[in-house]
Design a protein around this ligand. Structure first.
Ligand SMILES: NC(=O)c1ccc[n+]([C@@H]2O[C@H](COP(=O)([O-])OP(=O)(O)OC[C@H]3O[C@@H](n4cnc5c(N)ncnc54)[C@H](OP(=O)(O)O)[C@@H]3O)[C@@H](O)[C@H]2O)c1
Length: 263
């Protein structure tokens, strides 16, 4: 399958590391001009440079998406994008009663409203042009929550819901809205946290020793491992392509079968 994104311009929010970086690099390899985004200029430039060295096309847009003014600046720097990947976000590992109402409010602003800000700024122009893709990164914890990080999990559930209402609002416009819902994906931040847990619980000292027990105890799934960022990037790239023209309001799970239910 050729996803051919040449001629398309894509903004991937939060693409200075982790999933966003993998998505930006894969979309660029498929021919899109990618706008790399984050708050840190050095990290964003490093990703954009790597894309250009690889023969792709990339520019940078910087800004903290919890601010309306910074979101304006990101939208201006991004220009008229055809594909918006709402990926920026952050998670912690605190328990329910350690998470204060103020932290809930911050988390919902960063993990939900940040994406809404970009939809308001970029999607009306897609609708006018009659073509566009909005791809929201959700997560299995939206559907199957754990006892920890309740604010983050509720934010993921909100992302799933708003992506579907957006799809309905965009009916007949040529612009689609879908969700990619990752399971536990081995980005550096996740690996560092899980290595610590593995050592504390005596599961081993190397990742190869820790992963099998960790998967069994914490994220049991049919494939028997954590996911890799490129596996999420492939789903996003597919949704951005013409091959996904008949998909809108869908939740595409990429989690090795972590979620056990049918719906
Ligand atoms: N990894 C997983 O297992 C997993 C599973 C399900 C869902 N997700 C979702 O996937 C997304 C990416 O996660 P990741 O694991 O790849 O994490 P990550 O490596 O920490 O990447 C987070 C990205 O978001 C950006 N960001 C953070 N706060 C921001 C803010 N206030 N304004 C603008 N940008 C901000 C960061 O950029 P700077 O720091 O440069 O500003 C960075 O590029 C998140 O939305 C997360 O909820 C991840």
């Amino acid at each position: 399958m050729n996803t051919n994104l040449s001629g398309k311009r894509a903004l991937v929010t939060g693409s200075t590391s982790g999933l966003g970086e993998a998505i930006a690099k894969m979309m660029a390899r498929e021919g899109a001009h990618v706008v790399v985004h984050g708050r840190d200029a050095w990290r964003a430039e490093a990703v954009a440079t790597a894309i250009r060295v690889d023969g792709g096309s990339a520019t940078v847009a910087l800004g903290d998406l919890t601010s309306d003014e910074a979101a304006d600046a990101v939208a201006r720097a991004a220009g008229p994008v055809d594909v918006l990947v709402n990926n920026a976000g952050a998670y912690h590992h605190a328990s329910w009663f350690e998470t204060t109402p103020a932290q809930w409010a911050q988390s919902l602003d960063l993990n939900v409203i940040s994406g809404v800000r970009m939809v308001h700024r970029l999607v009306p122009a897609m609708r006018e042009r009659g073509w566009g893709r909005v791809i929201t990164i959700g997560g299995g914890l939206a559907i199957q929550p754990m006892p920890m990080q309740p604010d983050y999990q509720a934010a993921l559930a909100a992302r799933h819901n708003l992506a579907v209402s957006l799809a309905r609002a965009l009916a007949g416009t040529g612009v689609t809205s879908n969700v990619v819902a990752p399971g536990a994906i081995l980005v550096p931040a996740v690996e560092q946290f899980l290595r610590e847990i593995g050592k504390q619980r005596g599961w081993g000292s190397t990742w190869e020793e820790i992963e099998p027990t960790l998967v069994r105890e914490m994220v049991p799934n049919d494939v028997g491992r954590l996911g890799h960022p490129d596996e999420i990037a492939a789903a996003v790239t597919f949704l951005a392509s013409e091959h996904a023209a008949y998909m809108s309001g869908a939740v595409l799970r990429v989690d090795g079968g972590t979620i056990r239910s049918v719906a």
